[in-house]
Design a protein around this ligand. Structure first.
Ligand code: NDP
Ligand code: OXD
Length: 309
């Protein structure tokens, strides 16, 4: 019987096994390290598998990354030469969109300053800011960036996006490449980083980009930690140039005890929980990828190893 191999040290197999069994009738679900015939494994649904694990299945046809960011799996130089797809489902997009909307609205409503006032027992009227004067810039307008743009649309923020290739999307001022970067950054109220981690994006958000933001701007990073240079971000926060940073992703995860982000008055830390790939909503997306493999159709969310996402 065709078998899908499941490996994750983060996701609960007790949730995934029944969800996959429902979505893939006629398939066996094998949770690593359960024993079985290696030749029956046709698909692998994996999050950060140990290097070399996937090489032992001679009839593997597709690898499905149990998450949207493929940087960790692409770092495995021993991956067998079969197509690699990312798992991007409606539940994940919704959770990322609520995270980004929450923290853009928090900036709009001056929530960090209000929280500090409350902690100090201070009653001081702070007028809400004007969304129309607070452009939100999405670095990355892929499946997650687009869901975030849709969620932000009703609140009146002017929306911008910056991508690798030129794009044209109704309601969003689109910029691309190095040429478009300066115009994208000019006058932003909130910079939202939703980029994959690739050779081209590692260390991209450095002092140079941060200093081009207007004084008082806010950063949200829910993409990958190493896209932002942590030391440069701390310098921009310490100087007061940036009003606040909300960070879900970090160079080192879990964020080490004693890291300055934990206690910085201008930083909100969340434990890489912005997006959730839940078995119930994502198992049908796994089945859709496998159905496309079986029918020889283009694979949804296929990763291009040359570009790293
Ligand atoms: P996609 O692959 O759908 O989109 C990536 C976007 O980034 C595209 O718009 C792409 O541009 C743009 N991009 C890539 N490289 C560059 C570059 N060098 N310069 C400019 N733009 C670039 O990814 P998703 O939207 O699905 O996810 C984005 C990232 O979010 C994931 O890779 C992951 O790291 C992170 N993530 C984090 C989660 C969390 O819990 N914190 C949960 C889920 C995802 P173009 O349109 O031109 O291709
Ligand atoms: C993902 C993540 O990439 O959760 O899906 O970070």
């Amino acid at each position: 019987m065709p078998t899908i191999l499941f490996f994750s040290e983060l996701d609960d197999p007790a949730e995934w096994r029944p969800a996959l069994a429902r979505a893939l009738p006629g398939w066996t679900v094998r949770v690593w390290p359960e024993e079985g015939d290696a030749g029956e494994v046709r698909a692998a649904l994996v999050w950060k598998p140990p290097p070399g694990l996937l090489r032992q299945f001679p009839r593997l046809e597709v690898i499905i990354n149990l998450g949207a960011g493929a940087d960790a799996i692409l770092a495995d130089r021993t991956l067998p030469p079969v197509p690699l797809c990312r798992l991007v489902d409606d539940g994940l997009k919704r959770s990322m969109a609520t995270y980004v909307a929450l923290h853009c609205l928090s900036a709009l409503r001056e929530q960090p300053r209000l929280a500090a006032q409350q902690a100090a027992g201070v009653w001081r009227f702070l007028p809400p800011r004007d969304a129309s004067a607070m452009p939100v810039g999405l670095m990355g307008l892929g499946s997650v960036g687009q869901a975030c743009a849709d969620a932000l649309a009703p609140f009146g923020f002017p929306l911008r996006a910056w991508t690798r290739r030129p794009r044209s999307v109704a309601g969003i001022a689109c910029y691309s490449g190095q040429d478009g970067l300066a115009r994208f950054l000019d006058g932003l109220g909130v910079l939202v980083c939703l980029l994959p981690l690739t050779d081209a994006t590692r260390g991209l958000v450095s002092a140079d980009i941060l200093r081009r933001l207007p004084a008082g701007a806010v950063l949200i990073n829910a993409g990958r930690g190493p896209v932002v240079v942590e030391a440069d971000l701390l310098a921009a926060l310490d100087s007061g140039h940036l009003a606040h940073a909300t960070l879900d992703v970090f160079d080192t995860e879990p964020l080490p005890p004693g890291h300055r982000f934990w206690s910085h008055p201008r930083v909100t830390v969340t434990p890489h929980n912005a997006g959730l790939t839940a078995a119930k909503s994502a198992a049908p997306a796994v089945a859709a990828i496998i159905a496309a493999v079986e029918r020889g159709l283009p694979l949804p969310n296929r990763v291009d190893p040359d570009h790293g996402y």
